[in-house]
Design a protein around this ligand. Structure first.
Ligand SMILES: CC1=C(CCC(=O)O)c2cc3nc(cc4[nH]c(cc5[nH]c(cc1n2)c(C)c5CCC(=O)O)c(CCC(=O)O)c4C)C(CCC(=O)O)=C3C
Ligand SMILES: [Fe+2]
Length: 305
């Protein structure tokens, strides 16, 4: 792989580190669209998860683990983090790699499924900056169907499944972030929904005995209809069918953050409890070695092209 330092820029959505960062984050994210009452509601959620999201810390841990793995496989590697909506921004991550002497940069989205608000936006920003830095930047391929990512999700599921009395009878819910239906329809449709469905089917194959349902979570307000069914609806349907044991595996996020710690662990868990369900959630893949190996394979595949 040569003597030159290879850079990897791990690209993510970003998030406010705590309640006081919510306003700036949302203004950037929504381009000024959302009224202040929503900001207050979101701030209250961050307070309920301890005032701070673990997202940045987890992403940094993923970057460190990926860097170690790549250096172990051969060559000389540095992995930096660049976020779309919060610091460290994509520009800072790119500057860090170039300052370290990277001869080229592989841009790797940490969002599992492609949408215009996630990977599409990250790569557009990378593209915009590319001119300014005259360093080759190569986008890494998607990994939503990578066998090691699927195996990592399955391992997280199994961690929880073994705590149920009859693991093979537990109802599985696979969840991904909802999107406005307008993003996934028409001639310029994002492949998001198809990719989520591929991940769900591949994961289901790891649990051949268990019934499963794909559901969407954390939908926003406005912008018309959003992808469904919602997790809450699925919980209600399972309760109505007399089911008791439910394990939710979030497949649309690579790290634990407000969407798992608040939306699932507080809101959906409360809803499940009120329906009399025995509800558990699988941890996000975070820096699980299986997942880091998946990312390392994706990166080294780029080098072979
Ligand atoms: C597909 C997707 C991912 C998955 C990709 C991935 O995980 O990599 C993701 C991740 C994240 N989303 C995050 C936070 C937020 N997203 C919001 C709003 C929105 N997200 C959307 C989509 C996604 N978002 C959409 C279509 C909107 C509505 C925009 C609009 O209406 O135009 C809002 C505003 C309030 C609200 O609507 O809830 C917040 C606070 C955080 C940070 C968490 C933390 O800090 O712990 C993370 C990782
Ligand atoms: Fe979001």
């Amino acid at each position: 792989m040569g003597e030159r330092l290879n850079g990897v820029l791990l690209l993510g959505f970003g998030g406010p580190e705590g309640p006081e960062g919510v306003e700036a984050f949302m203004t950037r994210l929504m381009k000024g669209r959302k009224p202040p009452p929503v900001i207050t509601k979101v701030q209250a959620r961050y307070r309920q998860i301890g005032g701070k999201s673990p997202l940045l810390e987890i992403t940094r841990a993923q970057a460190a683990a990926l860097e170690a793995r790549l250096n172990q496989l051969g060559g000389s590697w540095k992995v930096a983090v660049g976020m779309s909506n919060s610091a460290p921004y994509i520009e800072e991550g790119l500057k860090e790699l170039i300052a370290a002497g990277a001869g080229q940069v592989i841009a790797l989205s940490i969002s599992p499924h492609y949408s215009r608000i996630t990977t599409g936006a990250y790569l557009a920003e990378v593209d915009r900056l590319k001119e300014q830095f005259s360093c080759p930047v190569i986008p890494a391929p998607a990994w939503y169907d990578h066998p090691l990512f699927i195996a990592a999700l399955a391992a997280r599921g199994r961690e929880q499944l073994q705590d149920f009395e009859r693991p093979e009878e537990v109802e599985l819910i696979f969840s991904a972030h909802s999107l406005p239906v307008s993003y996934v329809s028409g001639s310029e449709a994002d492949p998001y929904q198809e990719q989520v469905e591929v991940t769900a089917r591949a994961l289901a194959a790891h649990f051949p005995a268990n019934p499963w349902t794909l559901a969407y979570q954390s939908k926003g307000g406005g912008q018309g209809e959003w992808l469904g069914p919602e997790v809450e609806e699925v919980l209600e349907q399972l309760a109505a069918k007399g089911k008791k044991d439910v394990l939710l595996i979030p497949i649309g996020f690579a790290a634990d953050h407000i969407e798992t710690l608040y939306d699932i662990d507080i809101e959906q868990a409360n809803h499940a409890r009120s329906l009399g369900l025995n509800f558990r959630r699988a941890r996000a893949v975070n820096d699980l070695p299986l997942f880091i190996s998946a990312l390392a394979e994706v990166v080294t595949e780029v080098m072979k092209r």
